[in-house]
Design a protein around this ligand. Structure first.
Ligand SMILES: NC(=O)CCC(=O)C(=O)O
Length: 284
């Protein structure tokens, strides 16, 4: 491997666990300053949480929704360019053609919008006495897979509940991703039970890096996020995490290490695709 290739196989990732308020302007300016802070620490890829510009809740999505391009994506584009980072803009409520989506915009270091991911699997759950949440009351699902290239590796994007679907991660892995990123706001019921477990499972199943970005916990909000933004390596180990407060979580991603794990335990090439296969039906 050349020195350049070796250098490109390592990069710093920053996950911003933002304290989200109901004042959009404040959310945007706080996000902007934390992106700058993360870039100042050498991060090349920066991730914001699900619903970083708006409180998370079906009663808020329409009020905070924007078209793309709009106020929030303008800030993200400028921040990506000013700080020369790839920026996964968490998610924002998006309005398009009268429908609302939970959408993650991704920007390149020149400020270009590389792609948007509209949450594919809407968060509709009912755990009696604990939590009932129906995103589908106000949101429509996306129906496209979302992978983008960086000089370091291919990155696959899902939003929160998308992490529960192992086939999506498997598909992204098959498409060549070395890192899966899920901006997500788990809650006080499913967070302690499933959040870390799902990340480690997706990482181990596919022998790749997994990163999640949650809003910081706010006990006064109608939906209390679990926090605990995390990065997991291809061995299934948590390599960086935090608690419930606002924080920036840093992790050094090493694609050579991923290749080493895949050589040692070669499940990615041992898959019996002659017996079973997960194949994309649409791609963009
Ligand atoms: N925002 C979400 O999709 C929440 C997902 C979640 O909490 C879960 O348990 O799954």
């Amino acid at each position: 491997m050349s020195t350049l290739a070796r250098a490109m196989s390592k990069f710093r990732l920053a996950v911003i666990q933002l304290h989200v308020t109901n004042v959009k302007r404040d959310n945007l300016s706080k996000a902007k300053s934390l992106i700058k802070e993360a870039a100042g620490q050498g991060s090349k890829l920066v991730v914001l949480p699900e619903c970083f510009n708006s409180p998370y809740g079906t009663g808020f999505f329409r009020e905070y929704a924007e078209k793309i391009p709009g106020e929030s994506t303008k800030m993200l584009s400028e921040a990506a360019k000013e700080n020369e980072v790839y920026l996964i803009g968490g998610s924002i409520p998006e309005e398009d053609g009268g429908k609302l989506y939970n959408t993650c915009p991704v920007f390149g270091p020149d400020g270009t919008l590389l792609m948007t991911h509209r949450k594919i699997h809407l968060f509709d759950i009912d755990v009696p006495g604990k939590i009932r949440f129906q995103e589908s009351e106000t949101l429509s699902p996306g129906s496209a897979f979302s992978v983008f290239e960086t000089p370091f590796c291919k990155v696959g994007v899902g939003i929160c509940y998308d992490i529960r679907f192992a086939e999506l991660a498997q598909l992204y892995s098959k498409m060549g991703c070395g890192l899966l990123v899920y901006p997500g706001a788990f809650n006080m019921t499913t967070g302690p039970a499933h959040w870390e477990l799902l990340q480690r499972a997706r990482a181990l199943d596919n022998q790749l890096y997994v990163a999640t970005a949650s809003p910081a916990r706010d006990e006064t909000s109608s939906y209390v996020a679990w926090g605990h933004s995390t990065v997991v390596n291809p061995w299934g180990e948590v390599i960086s995490t935090t608690g419930s407060e606002e924080a920036v979580v840093y992790a050094d991603i090493d694609l050579q290490y991923m290749a080493e794990v895949r050589r040692q335990i070669p499940v990615t090439v041992q898959k019996r695709d002659d017996l079973y296969a997960v194949n994309p039906v649409t791609e963009r």
